[in-house]
Write a protein that binds this ligand. Structure first.
Ligand SMILES: Cc1ncc(COP(=O)(O)O)c(C=O)c1O
Length: 347
């Protein structure tokens, strides 16, 4: 076969395998569906929409709405069906992709797909940002930095991010802070990007907004950066139905706070309980998941699954031997997780 570019043959598949289980804690989804009244409103609007017509070419009306809600220039916003697609677009455009190890795997995957040179730097002690190394390695290109960090749940210090933002400006690169989990940390880094075109912020509706199935994310960037990313994406990329749902949630965002507060309280409860586990060690998290180090991730995974609880193994990542990642779900789901977790200790 000579149909495709050579580097695309044998590309490792994205590390996700669908497994059915009664308690699903493997994808960092919100445990809450959208409130029924909002779903009904979205369905009403969808029924009124002419389905034969294309949506806005670059989601203009939604960008306008986001611009006024976030006080960000409309020309600096890019909307796409999932921030994953924005990561791919940024990776296609990038001269080089830099990220951390471990980190959200799609950055490396997207860079490989794009055929873009790629380098990663190991997280420091206690999952800290390796600032000196990052400042030295960042010579241009796009640096993807999740904050809070996935899959550890750590939050990086503001001064370190500020230093990287300055470095991005010095070298002419782009620091992309992925704020996928920001609502669970209570952070908002828009100020890093105001007045610095070398910083962009990536956000998703898949987590706190409870819209994983709807597929929507956006980039906040300088207008000239956003322009490139919009053009790298296909035209009309945001489906009309996704747009309708976003319109409804942006008009009625009250439920998000409730999701965030419930998840945070549950996260802290489960973290506290796990501290008394004889062999498992939870890490502090600023997200909607907990990273937990166990003596054997495979055994922990299989034992939990046998009890109906599905989590995600993370032990294939450097520095995460024995680790599993547990999404914070409903109280009864977390009780099922805790029960199984403590059983394994005394088995
Ligand atoms: C750090 C991070 N960024 C981006 C995403 C993808 O978000 P989306 O659903 O908007 O593609 C995820 C999904 O888990 C994530 O963990």
């Amino acid at each position: 076969m000579r149909a495709f570019k050579a580097h695309l043959w044998g590309l490792a598949p994205y590390p996700y395998k669908k497994v059915e289980a009664p308690v699903k804690l493997d994808q960092n989804e919100s445990p809450f569906d959208l409130p029924p009244s909002l779903k009904e409103e979205a369905l009403r609007r969808l029924a009124r929409l002419p389905w034969n017509r294309y949506p806005d070419i670059h989601a203009e009306s939604l960008r306008k709405r986001l611009a006024s809600l976030l006080d960000w220039p409309e020309e600096g916003i890019v909307l796409a069906p999932g921030s994953n697609l924005l990561i791919l677009a940024l990776s296609l455009a990038a001269e080089e992709v830099l990220d951390l190890s471990p980190t959200f795997p799609h950055y490396a995957h997207a860079a490989r797909m794009a055929g873009t040179p790629y380098r990663a730097m190991a997280l420091g002690e206690g999952f800290s940002l390796p600032l000196e190394e990052a400042l030295a390695l960042f010579q241009g290109g796009v640096f993807f930095l999740p904050n809070p960090h996935a899959p550890t749940g750590a939050l990086f210090p503001e001064e370190a991010l500020q230093a990287l933002a300055e470095r991005a400006k010095e070298v002419g690169g782009l620091l992309v802070v992925d704020e996928a989990y920001r609502e669970f940390a209570g952070t908002d880094l828009r100020h890093l990007g105001r007045g610095n075109p070398h910083v962009a912020l990536l956000r998703t509706f898949s987590k706190a907004y409870s819209l994983g199935g709807i597929r929507a994310g956006y980039l906040l960037a300088a207008p000239e950066v956003a322009q490139v990313v919009r053009e790298v994406l296909p035209p009309f990329v945001l489906p009309a139905h996704t747009g309708v749902v976003l319109e409804v949630v942006l008009e009625n965002p009250g439920y998000v706070q409730e999701v965030v507060e419930t998840v945070r309280a549950e996260r802290e409860r489960v973290y506290g309980r796990l501290l008394s586990h004889p062999t498992w060690r939870p890490y502090r998290s600023h997200t909607n998941f907990l990273l937990v180090r166990t003596p054997d991730a495979g055994e922990a995974f299989r034992h939990l699954l046998a009890q109906g609880v599905l989590v995600r193994r993370q032990d294939h990542y450097p520095g995460l031997s024995g680790c599993i990642r547990v999404t914070v779900g409903l109280k009864e789901e977390m009780d099922a997780f805790l029960k199984a977790a403590f059983e394994v200790a005394y088995a």
